[in-house]
Ligand binder design. Sequence first.
Ligand SMILES: [Zn+2]
Length: 242
Amino acid sequence: MREVLWERLKRTDIERAARAGAVAIIPVASLEQHADHLPVNTDSNIVSTVARRAAQAVEFPVLVLPTVWTGYSPHHMRHPGSVTLTYHTFVEVLTQVAKSVHRHGFRKILLLNGHGGNTAVVAGMRTKLAEEDGVASVVGCDYWDAPGVPDAMRRLCPVDRGFVGHAGEFETSVQMHLQPDLVDAGKAAWAPGAFGDPSAGSADKGTALVEAAVAGVVRLLQSFHSGELEDRFVWRKESPVV
Ligand SMILES: [Zn+2]
């Protein structure tokens, strides 16, 4: 299988990928409490897996950076195990990682987010990087918002009504599929710090949800690589006002 993980490549491989117009994915996650039944690496595990599988599924070159393992989680700090950055530090980390990737010649950079607390920050990074840092190559997206994923979630997570939640039906199902040895199924019930119903989770739902998320990110990568995605930002193509 084609190697897609940035950290495992040589500098010459990375240079070649940049020259070939590869898309670079920077997965962005968190390290935080996920109630009493899921591990604190839940968000990192899901977004890393989805990014890697999507990168391997397309026919054009895509590289996946190591996942940004901590994010913006001040609202989880009342529970043990959470590690957060402050707001401005998080923005700065994303800025510096994206600028580094851009410096090496990558002109299509996807910030693929896997944590709800990061959503607003990641969504704002395109404008911030383009206008303040001269890096006009970045789009940000939650993996659960990729094409087709919201529909799959509404179908597969009826108890939580299709919401991603937190340690609820969606994440419990996905973790029962991806990391069953780390799930304490006997404690899969609502507890403070959960949003949604953990008891509605199942490994079968998790399998289908991961497939839907990978398919959605594949569609996102295809439209980014073809230029269709950026064509929607037509104002970027306007000539500057003199
Ligand atoms: Zn989570």
